[in-house]
Design a protein around this ligand. Structure first.
Ligand code: FMN
Length: 190
């Protein structure tokens, strides 16, 4: 049995929809238990994030998939507060050799989403995790990876309701990221 956590922040619900799609893709792979974990802004006091239950679930995971909207060209402040709080795990190498991947949502086709994915990558590398990218090309008729991001998954949503954006193609792209991570974890654990 593999355990995969999808750890994300969402301000207005769009990233939640993508996180759910990633979780669905991972859960569809046999022998996988998923934890969909939202970063709650109420867990940040005086700028510091604290939630022992969340960290215990992450500690017990084989893979952590990071998600955040892109706000002002990077991850949301709430995600960064979580990342800073993970420094205790960094100190003891607690997440070393776990598998990592990431996804982000923003309103622009680019919108500087790559900066957010690169931040997730850097966070994973600081923890000694193993980064899984997303090699699906945009050459398909389902809109999979239509934004052509190979470092992680990008989706587009702005002022629309989270019920309609991210669109079906972006959610399918998220599902495939979850599936890919789950399959890689299964191979890695063999
Ligand atoms: C504070 C703030 C900053 C934003 N900065 C960007 C940005 O840099 N690039 C972009 O394309 N969209 C930006 N947006 C739009 C959001 O990324 C977009 O609405 C996204 O779907 C929000 O996700 P959420 O509903 O999960 O919070 C910003 C929105 C907010 C509220």
């Amino acid at each position: 049995m593999s355990t995969i956590s999808i750890l994300y922040f969402s301000g207005s619900g769009h990233t939640t929809k993508l996180a759910e799609a990633v979780t669905k893709g991972a859960a569809a792979v046999g022998g996988v238990q998923t934890h969909l974990i939202a970063i709650n802004g109420d867990d940040i006091e005086k700028g510091r994030y604290a939630n022992d239950e969340v960290f215990a679930q992450l500690d017990a995971s084989d893979a952590i998939i990071f998600g955040s909207p892109t706000y002002m060209g990077g991850p949301a402040a709430q995600f960064k507060a979580f990342a800073d709080a993970s420094s205790g795990r960094w100190y003891h190498g607690g997440w070393r050799d776990k598998v990592a991947a990431g996804f982000t949502v923003s309103s622009g086709p680019s919108g500087d989403k790559l900066s957010t994915l690169h931040y997730f990558f850097t966070l994973a590398m600081q923890h000694g995790m193993i980064w899984v990218g997303f090699p699906e090309t945009m050459m398909n008729d389902q809109g999979i990876n239509r934004l052509s991001s190979y470092s992680g998954v990008m989706a587009q949503a702005g002022q629309e309701s989270p019920e309609v954006a991210p669109n079906a193609a972006d959610k399918l792209t998220g599902e495939l990221l979850g599936k890919r991570v789950a399959e890689i974890v299964a191979r890695y654990k063999k």
